[in-house]
Design a protein around this ligand. Structure first.
Ligand code: ASP
Ligand code: MG
Length: 412
């Protein structure tokens, strides 16, 4: 008998027919003898609808009342699922966040879970019932309803699994797992049977479509085995674990390729090469609350240096304007920028023990005449910035070069 936390997202509970399908799946787990805590989101579109209603009334709503309203979507789905389970002869009891209780801080709209009291849930499980818990919401010390931020039901699921010491937290969604890359760009992308938390975090741009990144961090921290799987198709999904389980066969070097088109590049040329320059350049950017991702600085022969960094495309115009001022102040030659860039990363824990991945990557890109503008590396990731128009070609090229489309040894 296992203790499972199963989380079903908005599309999985999008209408009453789907809620009945979820009830069938939960009933099947009970029939196998497992204890089940189910976490559900609001029906798809419902949270957006509620946020829209708030917007119609005020542009600057009270955060407390906002949470009071947007938390209601989940109240409907827990009740409906509990009733659907009961209709199948499975005893079930629904819980709002404050009925568990799931205690959070008071940061409305982005509250953090502090503590989950598990007694009430344990009593329900011990009675042989399914506990159906509202995702996304909690209660602060003053008894106010709080919400955890968009997509927060994933975090509820993981936090409950951690608090209960569950055997697995299963995130049911509309895709059947985490893929080697975006299948819309590379149709030969493959579902990964297993991936580590670290890799999953580095693949955030792929993974965030599948589950909330904060939930992955949480699961890693509390060592909760996490599985992503489809509500609509049977299959093992993708298991996210602490360590790549070795099965004795050679492990893949690269697990996946992530990319994003959300960054823009800014370059300051001919900056006098003195101590403190980086701080002078990036200080105003930080002060303007603009996040910097990649940074490259290289020293030229003439006593000046070139300084390049990337920011989110949304911040590009602001950052670019700041750089014009800084360029003047520092007596640099010019400030230029480009928002038609893309960042592409290959990720894999296998890199730690293998040299030569970077050169293999650069060779493959060179063979397609794709120019690399910036490079950054970590222990398990190599990222490059390239021209945006080449991103799909680059993804497919690297997918092939690292043989990600081939069934790997660790795929069941
Ligand atoms: N219903 C909330 C949202 O749409 C929470 C969730 O679905 O995870 O963001
Ligand atoms: Mg979601």
């Amino acid at each position: 008998m296992a203790l499972l936390v199963q989380k079903y997202g908005g599309t999985s509970v999008g209408d009453t027919k789907r809620i009945c399908h979820v009830a069938d799946k939960v009933a099947a787990a009970r029939a196998r003898g497992d204890q089940v805590v189910v976490v559900v989101s609001a029906m798809s579109g419902e949270t957006n609808r509620l946020i829209g209603l708030v917007g119609e009334v005020s542009a600057a709503p009270s955060q407390r009342e906002y949470d009071q309203i947007v938390a209601t979507g989940e109240q409907v789905t827990i009740g409906l699922l509990a009733i659907a389970l009961q209709a199948r002869g499975v005893s079930a009891r629904s819980f709002l966040g404050h009925q568990v209780p799931i205690r959070t801080d008071s940061a409305h709209g982005k509250a953090r879970i502090r503590k989950i009291e598990t007694e009430a849930l344990r009593v329900t499980l011990d009675e042989g019932a399914v506990a159906v818990v509202a995702g996304f919401q909690g209660v602060d010390d003053a008894g106010n309803i709080t919400t955890l931020g968009r997509g927060g039901s994933d975090t509820t699921g993981v936090a409950l699994a951690a608090a209960l010491g569950a055997d697995e937290c299963q995130i049911y969604t509309d895709v059947d797992g985490v893929y080697t890359t975006d299948p819309r760009v590379e149709p030969r992308a493959r579902r990964l049977s297993q991936i580590t938390f670290e890799e999953m975090l580095e693949l955030a741009s792929l993974g965030s479509k599948v589950l909330q990144i904060r939930a992955v961090e949480f699961a890693g921290k509390y060592r909760v085995p996490l599985r992503v799987l489809s509500t609509f198709e049977e299959g093992p999904g993708t298991l996210i674990t602490l360590d790549q389980e070795s099965n004795g066969v050679e492990e893949p070097l690269i697990s996946g390729i992530a990319f994003n088109r959300d960054e823009a590049q800014i370059t300051l040329q001919g900056v006098p090469d003195r101590p403190g320059i980086a701080a002078r350049v990036l200080g105003p950017i930080g002060a303007a609350n603009i996040e910097v991702d990649m940074i490259v600085q290289n020293v030229g022969a003439d006593g000046t240096t070139d300084f390049t960094f990337t920011v989110h495309k949304n911040d590009y115009a602001r950052a670019r304007a700041l750089m014009d001022d800084i360029c003047r102040d520092l007596g640099a030659r010019s400030a230029t920028g480009d928002d038609n860039i893309a960042k592409l990363s290959v990720v894999g824990v296998g890199m730690r023990s293998h040299a030569g991945i970077a050169s293999e990557m650069f060779n493959a890109l060179a063979a397609e005449n794709i120019n690399i503008r910036m490079i950054s590396t970590s222990e398990i990731k190599i990222s490059v910035v390239i021209e945006e128009k080449y991103v799909e070609l680059a993804v497919r090229t690297l997918h092939r070069a690292f043989r990600l489309d081939e069934e790997s040894a660790v795929t069941p």
